[in-house]
Design a protein. Structure first.
Length: 150
């Protein structure tokens, strides 16, 4: 019989593999649309925001480094996909918005991606979706807490 740590190590390895596979799924989708991962997520976040987002919102809410987001924003700006506007009263912060070209691109790339995600969640019951989200959040919170002590 395996000891308890072996049992949990197997769970951890399986979940890490699933996390990596999910990263690969999104990465492959971005590549098929000639985007970097960061550019895809910027389009995803900006397209889905009614209130608008700042560079800091993207970095903090989606766990990207400022350098990664700045580099991706620079490229998207040069391509005419997004525009950066100063946030009133804050000289450092920039509001990220889609240009008309960016809106069209988001409709082609982000909308089908979100539809696919919605189809996945629609295949689960409401209780399964709620439990899945709760457990994923709890896993992240606990792992962050435990690793801070190491």
């Amino acid at each position: 019989m395996k000891n308890i740590s072996d049992k949990y190590s197997e769970y951890g390895a399986l979940l890490d593999q699933f996390d990596k596979e999910l990263d690969d799924i999104y990465h492959d989708y971005a590549l098929r649309h000639n985007l970097s991962d960061a550019a895809l997520w910027i389009l995803y976040v900006v397209h889905g925001s009614d209130a608008g987002v700042t560079q800091a919102d993207i970095c903090n809410g989606w766990f990207f480094s400022r350098q990664t987001i700045n580099t991706a924003l620079k490229g998207l700006t040069q391509q005419g996909i997004i525009k950066l506007d100063a946030v009133p009263g804050n000289r450092k912060s920039k509001h990220v918005a889609l240009t008309p070209q960016g809106q069209a691109l988001a409709r082609q790339i982000v909308v089908p991606l979100k539809q696919a995600e919605n189809q996945v969640f629609a295949s689960f019951s409401d209780a399964e979706n709620q439990l899945f989200v709760e457990m994923a959040g709890k896993r992240c919170s606990l792992l962050r807490e435990f690793l801070k002590r190491k």
